[in-house]
Design a protein around this ligand. Sequence first.
Ligand code: 5AD
Length: 345
Amino acid sequence: MKELIDKLAETQSLTKDEIVLLLDNRTALLSEYLFEKSREVREKYYGKDVYIRGLIEFTNYCKNDCFYCGIRKSNKNTCRYRLTPEEIIECCQMGYDLGFRTFVLQGGEDSEYSDMKIIELIWLIKEKYSDCALTLSVGERTYETYAAFLGAGADRYLLRHETANPTHYHRLHPPKMSCEERKKNLHNLKKLGFQTGAGFMVGSPWQTTEYIAEDLLFLKDLQPEMVGIGPFLPHHDTPFAKMEKGSLELTLFLLGMLRLLLPKVLLPATTALGSIAPDGRERGLLAGANVVMPNLSPKSVREKYLLYDDKLSTGEEAAESKDALEAKIKSIGYNIVMSRGDALR
Ligand code: 5AD
């Protein structure tokens, strides 16, 4: 199996069969071999730098009903909130004072936050913080809307594809959502010139290694600047409440593979990875990740953006604990850098 890792490192590609073979024959020893290679590549392009993003979860209203997600429309037990532009600016100011130079506006697909309201938000933030990058993560919109977001000054856009396999996609989402539409949106974002992020959950119900291979090949084809992956974690008020959670070890292995497949990619050690194990975030960084995204939302709403049970929102996950996070990252030999941290192209 080492030959497959060597091949991946040398050619930045593998066939679908090779990916399946490698994933199905993973061992702890093989993981270590992979991580040595992935760290080497990560350090070649990014040295010991870890980029940091301030995440603002600005609304948990959502018109979608994804079976895995705690803030799905049908979850009547979610206490809904929506931050006003003024509250969002307060978050940015707190982040700016802490040294953050990227803000990520993430929310459910909230019809109240119309295209125009988002555009006004972009204007507001980019005018006040012109030295900062702004990332949007507000779901599926038309090509024209994405173009308008870009025109207003947004720099990056995150939209996980969730799974590249249409059959699998339909088992995770209600009928009106479509895998093709999702992929089309991602291609639109790329075409427009956004620094684009895609990604998927690891260990979502019915996922197979074959599906994961399709995810990796989809990503290779899309060439996103950012890829977000994290383990699936069940939420008690969803149809997937009783499903098994994803694996930490497989998530780490995939981070290593992604680093070799897309050497310059911006790869976060995600909140879900930090939530599944106390040292998940650090292990993600040691497997090839180079971004962390602490939470900048007001404390009063953090618990309400519960995508899955036991989602971290305190400790090093909180932006105000930046010093503690910095110390943890230092302890594994890496350094937080406060620049915008744009993608290398
Ligand atoms: N477990 C893990 N990740 C989840 N997400 C949503 N629900 C869950 C869950 N139960 C992820 C999705 C989404 C991102 C914002 O959070 O991949 O794109």
